[in-house]
Design a protein around this ligand. Structure first.
Ligand SMILES: [Zn+2]
Ligand SMILES: [Zn+2]
Ligand SMILES: [Zn+2]
Length: 136
């Protein structure tokens, strides 16, 4: 009984250590417009657009929030995301909104929703002009 319990704790510690060392990266498929966070390149099979996914690595997950005013993807990332292969067309146009937090904000104009520590930057709303952020 005691042995079993110790073993369970050891397994739990091992899993926690593994999770702490894992580097989470952000990938975007420019064909089907899916953005996801994973520790290695996602599988290329079964793109809902056609054929295989075409993954672009945007960067390492982190606490800076960037929004592309063309494809409307908001990402939580360590530093300015890779500009290549916007799912809308050409290169992404990334604008820094601020720092990730617990408070949800939504723009009345472009409908983008982000979790921020304070009101996001208003520059370059994908709808037009400046964002109109609303604290939720
Ligand atoms: Zn795809
Ligand atoms: Zn984009
Ligand atoms: Zn907006």
């Amino acid at each position: 009984m005691h042995m079993k319990f110790t073993l369970l704790i050891l397994i739990f510690v091992a899993i926690s250590l593994f999770a702490a060392n894992e580097v989470r990266k952000i990938y975007l498929c420019r064909k089907c417009d899916i953005c996801l966070v994973k520790d290695s390149t996602p599988s290329s099979t079964g793109c809902s657009a056609t054929g295989s996914h075409n993954w672009t690595l945007l960067g390492e997950a982190g606490n800076e929030v960037y929004l592309c005013s063309k494809c409307k993807h908001a990402v939580y990332i360590k530093s300015r995301p890779n500009a290549g292969n916007c799912s809308a067309a050409g290169s992404h146009t990334w604008n820094k909104l601020g720092t990730r937090g617990e408070t949800p904000y939504q723009c009345r104009k472009c409908q983008v929703k982000v979790y921020m520590d304070k009101a996001p930057g208003s520059m370059n709303c994908p709808a037009s002009g400046s964002h109109s952020w609303n604290k939720l």
